[in-house]
Design a binder for this molecule. Sequence first.
Ligand SMILES: [Zn+2]
Length: 288
Amino acid sequence: MKSLKLITSLFTFSLVITTCAQNNDVQITTHKLTENIYMLEGQGGNIGVSVGDDGVFMIDSQFGHLTPKILEAIKTLSDKPIKFLANTHHHGDHTGGNENIAKLNTTIIAHDNVYKRVKDNPKQNDTSLPVITFNDKLSLYINGEQILIFHLDNAHTDGDAMLFFTESNVLHSGDTFFSGRYPYIDLKSGGSVNGYIQAIKSALILIDVDTKIIPGHGNLSNKQDYSTFLKMLETLKEKVETEIANGKTEYEVATNTALTKTYDDLDYGCCFISSEKIRRTLYNGLKE
Ligand SMILES: [Zn+2]
């Protein structure tokens, strides 16, 4: 028994070491999209940055422990202060750095429901909260252009926002786009399968073939990639709806690998959401 305990504690210890090592290993990669807009990749949701005479405008903050590295990366792009930080939704891999950034006198902007969900999260401090919130849409004029910030009803969560840089033709889609992979649809936080599909369609109306898209997760993308992602979701939705209509149970859908095979073969189950998880989500989201 004693040795079992020792093995267990050793295992836990090595796990902690590994996690720390992974965190220390995270590098922030900067991609230049236009003269003054960048995408920052690290761990968690992709960050968007606009720099210019008015200051830095930032979208999402990843995890708190990465803030020093993120700030270092932004410093190489601009020596101006970060004036605004907009959150695309409340998840910790997009808002985890809010508290640190707020200390720099940065104003945080997000949808009303992001405020509520961050406020209700015992793991997050009140300084992580947005200071400006909106219910539908908001316009911001900074660094020579208008930024449209607009809410999508019940998509990835109930507080999603997309941001469109009208002059630069850059869209940050938030987590309504997991480029080349299965999406997380957070049904427990007000997300919905049909709302998610509708959100993508709303974005596709707004953008054109030249638009550069910063997806919530995955590589820098374009309209074609976003349309392919929509097609995947609509195809799987139809298949799962047929299963539901035929009286199949959640277990039967979750274990039916044939439903997602085409996209599994393209490695859509690579990352956070496995093929089983997406079949389960679609089942639960469409069952009602
Ligand atoms: Zn998310």
